[in-house]
Design a protein around this ligand. Structure first.
Ligand SMILES: *Cc1c(COP(=O)(O)O)cnc(C)c1O
Length: 457
């Protein structure tokens, strides 16, 4: 399997390279040169597999000679042994919806599903290469904790996590900043998530800097994360024993998770629609419903992990829609930078074949949490509520909602909705009285670079 960049379709790279790099030197995102559809026979063979076996089968289609299938199976098994659910995820019926719970990993968000795997991919890579790696990652709240848990204490890796200062929930912050491992560095940036993401991208594009520290990225642009997330769409479909096409509603920020669903559809999973559910940061809703792809100012909401305007992975979809023409993508990305981009009607039609969208305001999110709790006794987190509320708003039938975080990560929002405190699971409660360690930085690339350089492995 060879990979190209959305901004240069002439390059040809292997999985190992694109996994370690995360982002292409030209600023583009990596994509496989072709995505093979599963044959009917292959599809049938996946039907009754355990989560670990299914993940091995699906992921191996993308990893090429990175490792043997046997090794991959070992890595997958080890990664998911940290989950509280034997089969990693759980499907629940809530009112007339199905909910796919993805938050049974060590940091209570779906990010663990991909990140635990990635941590062990790094370990395997470093066991074969005498290298050192510095991971730099921006987080809107959940990626950072998941990444830290995945690489804490590992040899020859340091991790630097940039989060927007005071814009994530305290529980989200404490899951990162109470980690005592020497290879973990938390940085609170005075700015929003888009600022953090921009800083990371700038450090990547400074080739001299990024080479000098062997910089690696694990943001949701990393293809390995997308592939790992594709697995649960398949698993859920088989678990429901669906006889017809199903649709998924996906709480969306950076367009990574929902893109994984799109990949599953391209591989042949009978998915009807992917519902892109956003909060008031609704750029993707405006883009998908009207072609209006313009960034507004980031709004702070009770679903902080989705407080994003510039959805990086959308570039992968644009590459597809514009006939895999990387010159066109470069042109579009330049126009987007200066906020001068509208989707034309025929491209919009193409997108609407696979995607629909909805956006929920703060009141609608709280009302959704409240009404689901009242009718079923189940407490869902604000992100998941956006997925569920979007289906209702859309009057959707046959939908699975992706439950992306455990409600205890957002106790204040839950309290606001139902007047009840949702407590952390007992094995995580101790973080609430542990010492936090993090540095606060201005939104300034130079000082950040020197801090990272000084502390790099
Ligand atoms: C990251 C995150 C999202 C958004 O996922 P994307 O892949 O960025 O679209 C939604 N909900 C929660 C809880 C998250 O942590």
């Amino acid at each position: 399997m060879e990979y190209l960049s959305t901004r240069n379709d002439k390059i040809s790279e292997k999985f190992e390279h694109i996994f370690i790099k995360g982002l292409s030197d030209d600023g583009g995102l990596f994509l496989p040169k072709q995505i093979k559809k599963l044959s009917d026979k292959e599809f049938l063979n996946l039907r009754n597999l355990s989560y670990v076996d299914l993940a091995t089968e699906i992921i191996s289609r993308f990893t090429g000679d990175f490792c043997t299938n046997e090794k991959l199976h070992q890595i997958v098994k080890k990664s998911y042994s940290t989950f509280n659910e034997h089969n990693v995820v759980k499907v629940k019926k809530v009112e007339d919806l199905h909910v796919l719970e993805l938050f049974h990993g060590p940091t209570l968000a779906f990010k663990d599903v991909a990140m635990q795997l990635i941590g062990n991919f790094y370990e395997y890579y470093l066991s074969k290469n005498t290298k050192k790696i510095n991971i730099i990652v921006a987080t809107s709240g959940d990626t950072g904790a998941a990444a830290i848990d995945a690489v804490k204490g590992k040899k020859n890796i340091n991790i630097f996590v940039l989060h927007p200062n005071n814009r994530i929930s305290p529980v989200q912050r404490m899951l990162m900043t109470t980690n005592p491992s020497k290879n973990v560095f938390n940085i609170a940036v005075e700015g929003n998530f888009d600022d953090c993401q921009k800083l990371v991208k700038e450090m990547f594009s400074d080739i001299e800097f990024s080479k000098s520290i062997n910089m690696s990225g694990v943001n949701s642009i990393n293809w390995a994360r997308i592939v790992a997330q594709t697995v649960y769409y398949f698993f859920c479909y088989f678990k429901l024993d669906a006889q017809e096409k199903i649709s998924f509603s996906v709480p969306t920020g950076n367009f990574g998770d929902v893109y994984a669903g799109y990949l599953a559809k391209k591989m042949g999973l009978p998915i009807d629609k992917l519902l892109v559910a956003t909060n008031e940061n609704d750029i993707l809703h405006r883009a998908i419903s009207k072609g209006d792809y313009k960034a507004n100012k980031v709004q702070e909401t009770i679903s902080p992990s989705m407080d994003i305007q510039v959805a990086s992975n959308f570039e992968r979809l644009l590459f597809d829609i514009y006939n895999e023409d990387s010159n066109k993508v470069v042109e579009i990305m330049n126009n987007i930078k200066s906020n001068k981009f509208n989707l034309d009607q025929s491209s919009l039609k193409k997108i609407q074949n696979d995607f629909i969208s909805e956006s929920l305001n703060e009141k609608e999110i709280l009302d959704t949490i409240k009404s689901i709790y009242k009718n079923s006794g189940i407490i869902i987190d604000p992100h998941t509520a956006i997925g569920a509320g979007a289906v209702k708003k859309h009057n959707g039938k046959n939908y699975v909602v992706l439950a992306t975080a455990h409600p205890s990560k957002f106790p204040d929002a839950i309290f606001k909705a139902i007047g009840k405190k949702e407590e952390l699971p007992s094995h995580l409660k101790s973080i609430l009285n542990q010492k936090e360690q993090y540095v606060v930085f201005k939104n300034n690339i130079q000082s950040l670079k020197s801090y990272i350089k000084k502390n790099s492995v």
